[in-house]
Design a protein. Structure first.
Length: 116
C-alpha cells in the first residue's frame, strides 16, 4: 500500500506536460512534489531513530521483536520514498535541462535573426 501510494503521488510529472511544451508551473509542481517526498522520507527516518532510541531493549523479547518489525517497515518505507524522490529528481533535472536548452535556443535564434 505504501509503495502504490507513493508511486501515484510521486508521478504527476509523467502526465503534467504530455504532448505540450514545458511550462514553469509544471516544474514548480514537480519541485513541490519532490519536497513532499523528501519530507516523508525524513519523517520516516526520524520515526525510526525514535524507535531505536526508546529504552530499554532486551527486557521483553516479544516487544523487541515488534519494535524490530516496526523499524524494518519504517526503514523500508524511507528507502522507497527516497528511491521515488531520486527518480523524480532525475526526471526533473532532465526536464529543466530541456527547458533551459529550449529557451537558450530560442534566444539565440531571435538574436541571430536580428530580433534582439
Amino acid at each position: 500500500m505504501t509503495r502504490r501510494r507513493q508511486g501515484s503521488e510521486a508521478r504527476p510529472a509523467d502526465v503534467a506536460g504530455q504532448g505540450s511544451e514545458e511550462r514553469p508551473s509544471d516544474v514548480e509542481g514537480e519541485i513541490s512534489n519532490l519536497r513532499c517526498l523528501l519530507a516523508r522520507a525524513s519523517a520516516l527516518v526520524r520515526a525510526a531513530e525514535s524507535a531505536i532510541d526508546r529504552a530499554p531493549w532486551g527486557d521483553n523479547a516479544d516487544e523487541d521483536r515488534r519494535r524490530l518489525e516496526d523499524l524494518s517497515h519504517l526503514v523500508g518505507a524511507a528507502g522507497e520514498a527516497l528511491a521515488v524522490a531520486n527518480d523524480n529528481g532525475n526526471q526533473l533535472a532532465a526536464r529543466l535541462a530541456k527547458l533551459t536548452a529550449t529557451r537558450i535556443a530560442g534566444a539565440l535564434a531571435k538574436h541571430s535573426s536580428g530580433g534582439a
